[in-house]
Write a protein that binds this ligand. Structure first.
Ligand code: PGA
Length: 252
């Protein structure tokens, strides 16, 4: 079993004062019960300096929610991998469904972003997932395999360094979670795809995301191919996030 990774995705939420309170509460909780899992928070870019200041030396790593596919130059509004490195980001989420949906990110753009992260020594958390219409049309496996294949094709031998997150779009922020069986089924498909393409799929961490919360985390995290969670709403509440972390069994 891989060591679990619990990664928070704050999305476009937060503020300097609120972040400080939230992080202090989380750190206090982790000091009382040291985590069996690895823990990270992915914050809006303006707060990365704050996370670096408050989390350095703590059990929580931090990361970004996106990364530019470009190295540098005339790309107004974008944040490069080198800039994220300046703030010691360990992770960058790429291909979140909200980026695919609202910013028209294609599989190719997502793959380029994953590669850029790897080039900068940042672990990409590559999100894949089907919409409700795709699930109802029986296309779930085809969709997630297509999304992951585009990334594997581009990052090739660096695949071992990436984290994959299965996030069914219909479960994100809706309170409608995939059942542990539904999630496990897709995770097993993704693991087999990684294994076939790279030979080291057993070691890639595959997270589940989509309305994971304090009540349902233990059952999801008990599935053999679920190596952790990408947590949106529940990562904005210290008590809930701490409970999810505490649901992680220690690695064998
Ligand atoms: P949620 O978000 O936990 O609020 O459903 C998960 C995500 O979008 O990463």
């Amino acid at each position: 079993m891989n060591t679990k990774l619990i990664a928070g995705n704050w999305k476009m939420n937060g503020g300097l004062e609120a972040n400080q309170r939230l992080l202090q509460e989380m750190l206090a909780g982790l000091a009382v019960s040291p985590p069996a899992a690895q823990v990270a928070l992915c914050a809006p870019a303006p707060y990365l300096a704050q996370l670096q200041t408050l989390l350095s030396g703590s059990p929580m790593a931090w990361g970004a929610q996106d990364i530019s596919a470009h190295e540098q130059g005339a790309y107004t509004g974008e944040v490069s991998g080198a800039m994220l490195r300046d703030f010691a980001c360990r992770y960058a989420i790429v291909g979140h469904s909200e980026r695919r949906q609202y910013h028209q990110e294609t599989d190719e753009v997502v793959a380029a972003k994953a590669q850029r992260a790897l080039n900068c020594g940042i672990t990409p958390i590559v999100c894949v997932g089907e919409t409700l219409a795709e699930r109802e049309a029986g296309e779930t496996v085809a969709v997630v395999k297509r999304q992951l294949a585009a990334v594997i094709h581009v990052v090739a031998h660096c695949t071992s360094e990436m984290v994959v997150a299965y996030e069914p779009v219909w479960a994100i922020g809706t309170g409608r979670t995939a059942t542990p069986e539904q999630a496990q089924e897709v995770h097993a498909v993704l693991r087999a795809q990684l294994q076939a393409a790279t030979g080291h799929g057993k070691h890639n961490r595959i997270l589940y995301g989509g309305s994971m919360n304090a009540a349902n985390a233990a059952d999801l995290l008990a599935q053999p191919d679920i190596d952790g969670g990408l947590i949106g709403g529940a990562s904005l509440k210290a008590a809930d996030f701490l409970k999810i972390i505490a649901s992680c069994p220690a690695a064998a």
